[in-house]
Design a protein around this ligand. Structure first.
Ligand code: PLP
Length: 399
């Protein structure tokens, strides 16, 4: 029998704060009660703050991030519409696949896995599109499969440099609430997220934020939509209700999670994620002397690190060993990088000592599998960084 907690270090679902769990330990409730809107309406407004949107609108669907993707497409586009995308990991691939299944005309730029959204290529494609046939530009802010973060402000600059009116659609599933997302400032039109990552909840909600420009696209968009219709949702949301049964328990959890994010301060949450991620990177690069899948610091993700194992090793064995022997869940390598990487998710409700568990467990599992990293080297490099890093919000909060 395994004792103790399963140390959950996959990049979502993440470990859930006790406060969020307790907030959901409630009786099921009447979603048409006269006072239900008093509870839900502030949630829409507060969720918007996490996306740093002032003029946008939040939609909360029962579902997951994938449903959010579908909602973004179906409410704004028509069959045959041209869209500009890039593929550099399993999640950017799946969004491309979805657009193709919706019958969109996808112009997809292939990028080496380990890099992210190709800004120059985007700008060139947009400048070349003088007739403005491209209706939407897609960008995966944080490619969870490879631990790569892309520059969304840069995508906005590319659009502006080309004076192109296309919508900017962003996958923020593993970044919103953990890595900076500035919808208003960066002119993001749809940003998609899910409940089980930065929002620290169980899976079960697609959480998206939509600009007025994207909302206006509904009148011309001819793709069919029912469950994910913004129009149906908006009508009922105006009074705090939903067109079908909402996930009331998860909304109770979301209320607690938003309260926690604002009590810590969104800027501090983002800074904490950077601080924890930087320690993990010290552990991997300086301690273990291994490489990250991300091809350079400009791509490093503050929510997930994909760690390349030596050529002769199989990362799947490390992941299995970590789980079976040490009760540690690491993220597996997906598709092209299966067997080549294991991933440490470092997002959500975490502190330094918690993240040190993942490094310690991975270190033991690697050595058990013949990857002879120096014992204690990853933990040592990370903890020395965490202990001495100046100006980090975790140290400030404790003093
Ligand atoms: C970047 C990214 N996009 C989309 C998804 C799909 O989200 P979900 O699994 O919640 O449907 C994920 C899931 O991990 C993801 O990491």
């Amino acid at each position: 029998m395994k004792t103790g907690f399963n140390a959950l270090f996959i990049p979502g679902p993440t470990n859930m704060p006790f406060r969020v769990r307790q907030a959901m330990d409630v009786a099921l409730e009447d979603m048409r009660a006269p006072d239900f809107g008093d509870f839900t309406k502030p949630i829409f407004e507060d969720t918007k703050k996490v996306f740093r949107s002032e003029t946008g609108q939040v939609f909360i669907f029962p579902g997951s991030g994938t449903g959010g993707w579908e909602s973004a497409i179906a409410n704004t586009l028509s069959p045959g519409d041209k869209v500009l995308m890039s593929r550099f990991g399993q999640f950017s691939h799946l969004w491309v696949d979805m657009c193709q299944r919706f019958g969109l005309d996808v112009q997809c730029i292939e990028v080496e896995w380990g890099k992210g959204v190709p800004l120059d290529a985007y700008e060139a494609a947009l400048k070349a599109d003088t007739r403005h046939e491209i209706k939407a530009v897609f960008a995966c802010q944080n490619e969870t499969a490879t631990g790569v973060t892309s520059d969304i402000a840069g995508v906005r600059r590319a659009l502006d440099a080309a004076r192109h009116p296309a919508l900017l659609m962003v996958d923020g599933v593993s970044s919103v609430g953990s890595i900076d997302m500035r919808m208003e400032e960066w002119g993001v039109d749809v940003c998609v997220s899910g409940s089980q990552k930065g929002f620290m909840l169980p899976t079960g909600l697609a959480i998206i934020c939509v600009s007025q420009k994207a909302l206006a696209m509904q009148s011309s968009a001819r793709l069919p939509r029912t469950f994910f219709s913004w129009e149906d949702m908006s009508k009922l949301n105006a009074d705090g209700y939903f067109p079908y049964t909402p996930a009331t328990t998860l909304l109770r959890g979301l209320r607690a999670s938003l309260d926690m994010i604002f009590e810590e301060g969104l800027d501090n949450v983002i800074a904490r994620h950077h601080h924890l991620a930087e320690g993990v990177r010290r552990g991997v690069l300086d301690g273990w002397k291994l490489d990250l899948c991300a091809r350079g610091p400009e791509w490093y993700s503050d929510t997930v690190s994909a760690i390349l194992v030596p050529e002769e090793a199989d990362a799947r064995q490390v992941i299995a060993r970590a789980y079976e022997r040490y009760n540690l869940s690491l993220g597996t390598g997906l598709a092209k990088v299966m067997g080549r990487v294991f991933r440490i998710g470092h997002l959500g409700w975490l502190n330094e000592v918690m993240v040190a568990q993942a490094l310690a467990g991975a270190e033991m599992a690697m050595r058990d599998c013949g990857i002879m990293v120096e014992p204690g080297s990853g933990v040592g490099a990370a903890t020395e960084y965490w202990r001495t890093a100046t100006g980090n919000t975790m140290a400030q909060a404790a003093e």
